[in-house]
Design a protein around this ligand. Structure first.
Ligand code: TYC
Length: 104
């Protein structure tokens, strides 16, 4: 028998909240260094993070001046894969470019 004032999960919104809960996002940062070329960093931002040339150049210059900059926000596994891809592309080209991630 329904208890007055006590709503079901669906009515109270509990179930909806559970079903729509988003997984945590991670910020992926590029770090500055003295050796990686600006051209390569722009290329990485375009190919790995799908930025257009203008946005990629803006982010690269921000990192160059400030020390680090946000490349994108992703679920954990995607963020990890992007970082691995950046480090792999950098390794192949002989650049020390580094990338980090931080939860939300
Ligand atoms: N500082 C580098 C240079 O002067 C350019 C650079 C920018 C390197 C961003 C890394 O994440 C980086 N060639």
């Amino acid at each position: 028998m329904p208890v007055p004032g006590l709503k079901s999960g669906a009515e109270s919104g509990v179930r909806e909240r559970r079903q729509t809960r988003k997984p945590p996002l991670y910020r992926v940062y590029l770090l500055n260094d003295d050796y990686t070329t600006m051209e390569f960093v722009v290329q990485v931002l375009e190919t790995v993070f799908h930025k257009n040339a203008v946005e990629a150049t803006r982010i690269m210059l921000f990192v160059h001046k400030q020390g680090r900059g946000l490349a994108g926000m992703y679920e954990r596994q995607i963020a990890e894969a992007k970082i691995t891809e950046v480090h792999e592309q950098a390794r192949v080209q002989g650049f020390p470019l580094r990338c980090t991630m931080e939860k939300e």
